[in-house]
Design a binder for this molecule. Structure first.
Ligand code: ZN
Length: 369
């Protein structure tokens, strides 16, 4: 059966209302959304069938007679898998619809010197552990996504290039099939920004630029509370903004990229980091005028960097003195991208609850499998 876009939209409104306002009756839902009680009852039946919503006895103070029935989101029972390939480890987590991390597993290993198939095998191991852990807590994982340190095309099925992993046009698509899940691939900085937007330092920000350093330097842009991916999906690669044309050679082949100046030198002094970051972000701030810059990964730990960078941007940007761009540090730390991978999947479920199969179709799938 093909469900119409309008029905999908209405299902999404019910899920959003329950997520934002907590348990309520069919009548309250209908009134809040502006639909008839009959329509809401049909939508709720559909969501109950998909395991997203459950009925519970309403507790209302001071009312006599038969207790009413409230509906609630089964937030603690629906989850998504977040996976990440880092240069020196692989990691997997399951995050539930309430935003709680229910399981997290990592395995260290040098992924630069390993073949992609070996890395995918390592990832499969931690993914299974994370899924098993979550399942033991009665969390059903309905999908997932994979964060990688590289350029990923917007259709989400191809890792185009990752100089830091020495991967060129690798497509880790077999992984999803092995786990029985749809598993799109996304740039790690984009997913870190999404996680900060939903659960971290970006919750109250309309726009921000995220710059995160690990082995490389990643960047992501959020405007009007949406991730800006660019035409191909390559937007905001701040790490490859040139800050010193005669500087060291970068993994991308160019000379003096921000990443080459601060990303590789683990011992770069705070002054050098602030200087290079200031040069790169000065251009970014002039181009997109963000509300804030968010520093993630190792950058969040550089002493004095927030103040030094804020001062630099205030002095070196037009309007910086009167309308400064705020500088903040990530609150999710090194796991931001991993949590973002799960968050992206959960966002998709809220936007279109029909991505979760009904009890009937799941049973059909099991019979045909
Ligand atoms: Zn570069």
């Amino acid at each position: 059966m093909e469900l119409g876009d309008l029905r999908r939209h209405h299902l999404s409104l019910v899920v959003e209302a329950l997520a934002a306002e907590g348990p309520r009756s069919r009548a309250e839902l209908a009134q809040g959304i502006g639909l008839t009680k009959a329509t809401v009852s049909a939508l709720v039946a559909d969501l109950v069938d998909r395991g997203l919503v459950a009925e519970r006895e309403a507790r209302r103070e001071g009312r006599m007679g038969r207790p009413g029935i409230d509906l609630e989101l089964r937030s603690a029972h629906i989850g998504a898998l977040g996976l990440e390939i880092r240069v020196d480890e692989v990691a997997a987590c399951v995050v539930d619809l309430a935003g709680t991390v229910r399981s997290l597993h990592r395995r260290s290993g040098d992924n630069r010197r390993a073949r992609p198939a070996t890395v995918v095998d390592r990832l499969l191991g931690v993914a299974r552990s994370a899924l098993d852990d979550a399942a033991a807590q009665d969390v059903r994982s309905i999908g997932g996504a994979l964060a990688v340190p590289g350029l990923v095309t917007t259709d989400g099925d191809a890792l185009v290039v990752s100089p830091n992993l020495d991967w060129h046009e690798v497509v880790p698509s077999s992984l999803g099939a092995e786990l029985g899940l749809e598993l799109p691939v996304e740039n790690e900085a984009n997913l870190a920004a999404l996680a900060e937007l939903r659960h971290g330092v970006g919750r109250d920000l309309a726009s921000f630029v995220l710059v995160s350093a690990g082995v490389g330097v990643g960047g992501a842009l959020v405007l009007d509370r949406s991730l800006v991916r660019g035409f191909h999906g390559f937007a905001c690669e701040v790490g490859h903004v040139v800050v010193d044309p005669s500087g060291p050679r970068c993994a991308c082949g160019a000379r003096g990229c921000l990443e080459a100046v601060v990303g590789r030198a683990a011992d770069a002094s705070p002054a050098v980091v602030a200087d290079a970051l200031g040069s790169a972000l000065r251009s970014v701030v002039h181009l997109v005028d963000p509300e804030a810059v968010v520093l993630g990964g190792r950058l969040a730990e550089v002493p004095g960097l927030v103040a030094a960078l804020a001062e630099r941007l205030a002095v070196d940007t037009l309007g910086g003195r009167t309308h400064p761009c705020e500088v903040r540090t990530s609150t999710l730390g090194l796991d931001a991208a991993l949590i973002g991978a799960a968050t992206a999947t959960l966002d998709d479920v809220v936007a279109d609850p029909t991505t979760i199969p009904t009890a009937e179709t799941s049973a059909d799938d099991q019979q045909s499998a």
